[in-house]
Design a protein around this ligand. Structure first.
Ligand code: ADP
Ligand code: MG
Length: 240
């Protein structure tokens, strides 16, 4: 579904991603962990081309992102992204937040978009919030709206960039539960998170990145019980 081959990226002179090789299969849940500033968000953002790569090849859904002929809107349509700070439209209702892209980008009818939105709101456990505004919701509820909004586009891939980092501790669980359910249904997910419990339980693979390099890639049990890289060990000792 996603293949990075010798991907390098620079911000000006700064070498942010170094020789990234990474393959993600359909239905896999890959958890990316690593210190702040190591390039996790950049790596994620390259997948839906919010950032462009400088060198190498990145193929998503059989489309080569660096190819001029690739229709980038088509790539993006199939990828949902959930951010740390929800990024909902504050002046639009929950329903409008969710139906906007399906109506404008996919061209579905208002009625159908509304039905789809209601379906996903139910799925994320807040069927009664359709006419609320984001500011009337808790952080956990807002993040669940953001997930429903992503799902309403019927994506093949969901990207999560520290989706629970901005939440009060008591709301982390409700968002992780929604993500867990999504993983169980077979969604292909790439998740940047510091929630090691989630990584262990839900991740098929852990990718540890430091200073722009993938230093270790392993099954969760292996990674957490016996990290091979000194820097991975150090990182785990700091956050666990
Ligand atoms: P992480 O998500 O792991 O914290 P990021 O991918 O956000 O890391 O950033 C990696 C490095 O790239 C950091 O040093 C950051 O300051 C730098 N960086 C991120 N975005 C930009 C940008 N648009 N321009 C220049 N430097 C950037
Ligand atoms: Mg980040």
């Amino acid at each position: 579904m996603i293949t990075f081959e010798k991907v390098n990226k620079y911000y000006g002179d700064f070498h942010v991603l170094k020789d990234i090789n990474l393959t993600i299969q359909k239905g896999e849940v890959v958890v990316i962990i690593g210190p702040s500033g190591s390039g996790k968000s950049t790596l994620l953002r390259c997948i839906n081309r919010l950032e462009t790569i400088s060198e190498g090849s990145l193929i998503v859904n059989e489309m080569k992102l660096s190819d001029k002929k690739t229709n980038i809107n088509k790539v993006r349509r199939n990828i949902g992204m959930v951010f740390q700070h929800f990024n909902l439209y504050p002046h639009k209702t929950v329903l409008d937040n969710i139906t906007l892209a399906p109506i404008n980008v996919l061209g579905v009818s208002k009625d159908e978009a509304k039905q789809t939105a209601e379906f996903y709101l139910k799925k994320v456990g807040i069927p009664d919030k359709a006419s609320s505004f984001p500011s009337q919701l808790s952080g956990g509820q807002q993040q669940r709206v953001a997930i429903a909004r992503g799902l309403a586009m019927k994506p093949d891939i969901m990207l999560f960039d520290e989706p629970t980092s901005a939440l009060d501790p008591e709301m982390v669980g409700e968002v992780l539960d929604v993500m867990k359910a999504l993983a169980k249904e077979g969604m292909t997910m790439v998740v940047v998170t510091h929630e090691m419990g989630f990584a262990k339980e839900v991740g098929d693979r852990i990718v540890f990145i430091d200073q722009g390099k993938i230093l270790e890639e392993a099954a969760p049990a292996e990674f957490f019980e016996n990290p091979k890289e000194e820097r991975a060990r150090l990182f785990l000792s700091r956050i666990l």
